[in-house]
Design a protein. Structure first.
Lengths: 111, 114
């Protein structure tokens, strides 16, 4: 089955700085890679996703890059704000909605 | 995005009792829904895939007789934790989505077994 690894497990940045979270996956058939943000006690919310036919996708301060050859993808958050503080999960899927999640990154943005 | 509801949001029960958690897709039909378990500050662990009209598919290590899943309609899947014990205390989250789309999560159910 798919194995998704995520680093770092915790990340602290100063407000305004950038944050980068990296994930690797093992199943070369995986073709869909979403990122979720989860605030304490709440449901994970999709923040951005990328499919395997694209190398990069950007949405305002958030971007995701994908390297299919190396089987890794990354989340980039620029100009971080305190409200970006949360746990972020990457996931990989080969279709059919079955997702395999990374172990999560707890991001703290220090005002 | 699609809307998934979950009920109850919080339940406290005595050891040995059974607890049923409902997961509903409100604005789409879900032939497949997923059940996850999440421990504090940990990732989402897929427990099982709920298939409408057929048996659920359980991940390795998940007891199917312990965690009963029923997907009786295209908008409802239920998870029943049978003979609950304190170690079953956790945050249970369901998800669903169209096959070509992403997953949308329910708000989760906090189960506490005394």
């Amino acid at each position: 089955g798919e194995n998704v690894e995520q680093h770092p497990s915790t990340l602290s940045v100063q407000e305004g700085d950038s944050a980068v979270i990296k994930c690797t996956y093992s199943d070369s058939a995986s073709n869909y890679f979403p990122w979720y943000k989860q605030e304490l006690g709440k449901r994970p919310q999709l923040i951005i996703d990328i499919r395997s036919n694209v190398g990069e996708k950007k949405d305002q301060r958030i971007a995701v890059t994908l390297n299919k050859t190396a089987k890794h993808f990354s989340l980039h958050i620029t100009e971080t704000q305190p409200e970006d503080s949360a746990v972020y999960f990457c996931a990989a899927s080969r279709g059919g909605n079955q997702f395999y999640f990374g172990t999560g990154t707890s991001l703290t943005v220090i005002p | 995005g699609a809307v998934v509801s979950q009920h109850p949001s919080r339940v406290i029960c005595k050891s040995g009792t059974s607890v049923k958690i409902e997961c509903r897709s409100l604005d789409f039909q879900a032939t497949t829904m997923f059940w996850y378990r999440q421990f504090p500050k940990k990732s989402l662990m897929l427990m099982a895939t709920s298939n409408e009209g057929s048996k659920a598919t359980y991940e390795q290590g998940v007891e199917k007789d312990k965690f009963l899943i029923n997907h009786a309609s295209l908008t409802l899947s239920t998870l029943t934790v049978t003979s609950a014990h304190p170690e079953d205390s956790s945050f249970y989250i369901c998800s669903g989505g169209n096959p070509t789309d992403t997953q949308y999560f329910g708000p989760g159910t906090r189960l506490t077994v005394l």
